[in-house]
Design a protein around this ligand. Structure first.
Ligand SMILES: [Zn+2]
Length: 153
């Protein structure tokens, strides 16, 4: 997965239409119930209009809950994408390194990698960190900020 193929919004057009439609319908039903209840003096009829208003609230709240669930799902998908981008020891590499001696990896050496920082970011990152992918970065020193928790700069 590359940063260029990333969608700018985590929701689909249908999600926006659903939340707007349910909110507008719910508000319209609530306003209609308000006008209906204000036009009658009978308590049972006002109770009926109150039920209509509660139904309008339920429609609006249901649409907003669907919206929040969609955004929560998008956060989970983004988290999985970030975790899959993180460097990890795969079993093939582990078995190969166990069978034969290998030279030290660059992460095992004491030579520090150059660190970068993007504008507006407080933490320092490796240049290949997914949190700075696609951003304009400037070189930074070790004492310019706190290290990133994702790339462990
Ligand atoms: Zn980072």
């Amino acid at each position: 997965m590359s940063g260029a193929g990333r969608r700018p919004e985590p929701w689909r057009d249908g999600d926006v239409l659903t939340v707007c439609a349910t909110t507008l319908i719910g508000l319209a039903v609530i306003v209609a119930a308000w006008f209906g209840a204000s036009g009658t003096v009978s308590a049972p009829r006002q109770a009926a209009w109150l039920n209509v208003g509660v139904a309008g609230f339920a429609v609006s709240a249901g649409g907003l809950c669907l919206w929040l669930l969609r955004l929560r799902r998008a956060v989970g998908e983004r988290r999985v994408a970030l975790i899959s981008l993180a460097p990890q020891e795969d079993s093939e590499e582990a078995s190969r390194t166990a069978a034969s001696p290998r030279p030290a990896r660059s992460a095992d050496t004491t030579v520090p990698l150059p660190l970068v920082r993007a504008a507006g970011m407080a933490r320092l990152h490796h240049p290949d960190c997914p949190l700075v992918a696609g951003k304009d970065v400037t070189p930074a020193g070790l004492d310019d900020g706190e290290p990133c928790g994702v790339c462990a700069a």
